[in-house]
Write a protein that binds this ligand. Sequence first.
Ligand code: URA
Length: 259
Amino acid sequence: MNKQIDIEELLDWYIFAGVTETCGDLPCLNSQPLVLDDNKKLLQQSVKTQKTPVSLSENISRNAKDICSKASSLEELKEILIKFEGCNLKNTAASTILGDGSACAKVMLIGEAPGADEDRIGKPFVGRCGKLLDKMLEAININREDCYITNVLPWRPPGNRTPTDDELAVCLPFLKRQIELIKPDYILLLGGISLKSLIDTADSISRARGKWFEYDIDETKKANVLATYHPSYLLRSTAQKSKVWADLLRLKKKINENV
Ligand code: URA
């Protein structure tokens, strides 16, 4: 009976802490075992959620930038990412997903983070959103294989929760290095998280979508950047399809103008 109460308490605590799924047999928080007192009650101190101190996350992000700059290919970058221990999301994800597609792509697409299907399969945009993205590209006669598709985050946040600013900052150098290595002519940002990660604008995705921006890849090259709604938003709000269609036509027109 006592045991039953303890398990219920533990489950209540998980729900309170925002846990939506399990990733191992033993309970832990930020990879540390949970601390129970003699009566098997959770100690309050272990319940507090931990936010990475600002200076610490800045250091981690600076360190990530340094190690990313050493990668001279996508393969090397992936190896560096697999060894990188600066982001807790790695502890709950099954896969580390860098990007997929052509290393010399002219068009790069950037989403938010892998979802459950992507985490299981180990590739970006292969679930429901991915199927819709494939159709969007087909509609403007662009082959997915000719593009490079990636996400701001290489790990799935537990339960697909919104990534924190710390998580985004720490993972950003990996995205920026992918852009430097591929040097795309066009970048299509899918959703507000990729917009705010790469473009210095106060506009929300609904204001910024459909406008052209520039992104400085390095001293010699800029990419033309267009933002549009994320496919997952389209799956929920089909009324927005016409706006995304208009954005896709803008992208196609710009590509055609420059061939
Ligand atoms: N949503 C994303 O942003 N990326 C994926 O890879 C899948 C779903």
